[in-house]
Design a protein around this ligand. Structure first.
Ligand code: CP
Ligand code: NVA
Length: 324
């Protein structure tokens, strides 16, 4: 059984998950505790039907394997229902406004999960919707991935605060959410990217504010060897994200996570990747398929972390039920 935070349990009911910058450490702790409990219950064959009668709409304008299937399975395991909505098949693609779409969907659904390009668009959707909106990836953020990543690190290392995470590669949506999540939970963060591929300056500014407050370390550099020094977790993602198909990936050749780089981190360091991965580009097969790799545990944890998010945002059950 997980220990519930000693602070007052925060209520997230009816809120959105657009970026983890909107969540503090106590709220993230609450999500992770509920996720761990729901995971344990599922493994014991005691699924918790906490969202009976609730329906989640899932809007996708980019491809997905993990996000789509884990959200749909989450709703099924929680006793609710999910509807897959391809943006191309909605009137949104023919010019219906985001505001009108938000108001219409609020009359049918209990929550919206959306994967699209523009963070501004999902903020507009949330502004006009009267139901929770969950970011399933934009060009800017991937908060559900970062929550699953934290759950995985905690399972692997027994704690979050005090660990050092090194991200190697492109400063993208996954990087942004990971840096915010890790810094908020008291982890030291280091990132090495090619010049010009650094994380967004405004996000870095926010992450630096978090680390200054918590006294944790942050390194932003262009040298993978420096970033991985004393690291407990090495993380990478694709060099070209969805929508960047024309990008020149040759600039990333020094930023491959391979055995040589893993050996420069702590001996018990774990390897993480949000997937999908490209073997022999951002990571070599002998790393991603090694014992140090936790990528499939990470992928499974999308399910458990998202079940917690769904229950906390869409549910109306008493808090104690989430831990019973
Ligand atoms: N990691 C992740 O979001 O995977 P999908 O693109 O398959 O959803
Ligand atoms: N950065 C990647 C993540 C995929 C889950 C992308 O946006 O394509």
């Amino acid at each position: 059984m997980n220990v519930v935070s000693t602070k007052v349990t925060p209520t997230l009911q009816g809120g959105d998950l657009l970026s983890l910058l909107d969540y503090d450490a106590n709220q993230i702790r609450h999500i992770l505790d509920v996720a761990a409990n729901l995971k344990a219950k599922q493994k014991q064959g005691k699924p918790m039907k906490l969202l009976e009668g609730k329906t989640l709409g899932m809007i996708f304008s980019k491809p997905s394997t993990r996000t789509r299937i884990s959200f749909q399975t989450s709703m099924y395991q929680l006793g609710g229902n999910a509807i897959f909505l391809k943006e191309d098949d909605m009137q949104l693609s023919r010019g219906e406004s985001v505001a009108d779409t938000a108001k219409v969907l609020s009359g049918y659904l209990d929550g919206i999960m959306i994967r699209t390009y523009s963070q501004k668009m999902i903020e507009e959707l949330a502004e006009h919707a009267t139901i929770p909106v969950i970011n399933g990836l934009t060009d800017m953020y991937h908060p559900c991935q970062a929550l699953a990543d934290l759950l995985t690190i905690e399972e692997q290392k027994g704690k979050l605060a005090g660990n050092k995470i090194a991200y190697i590669g492109d400063g993208n949506n996954v990087t942004h959410s990971l840096l915010i999540a890790a810094a908020t939970m008291g982890m030291d963060v280091a990132i090495a990217t090619p010049p010009g591929c650094e994380p967004d300056a405004a996000v870095l500014h926010q992450v630096k504010k978090i680390t200054a407050k918590s006294g944790t370390g942050i390194t932003v550099c262009h040298d993978p060897d420096v970033a991985v020094q004393d690291a407990d977790v090495i993380y990478t993602d694709v060099w070209a994200s969805m929508g960047e198909e024309d990008k020149d990936i040759n600039i990333f050749s020094r930023f491959q996570v391979n055995r040589g780089l893993m050996q420069k981190a702590k001996p018990d360091a774990i390897f993480m990747h949000c997937l999908p991965a490209h073997r022999e580009l951002e990571v070599t097969a002998d790393v991603i398929d090694s014992k140090q790799s936790v990528v499939f545990q990470q992928a499974e944890n999308r399910l458990h972390a998202q079940k917690a998010v769904l229950v906390l945002l869409l549910g109306d059950q008493p808090q104690e039920l989430l831990y019973s």
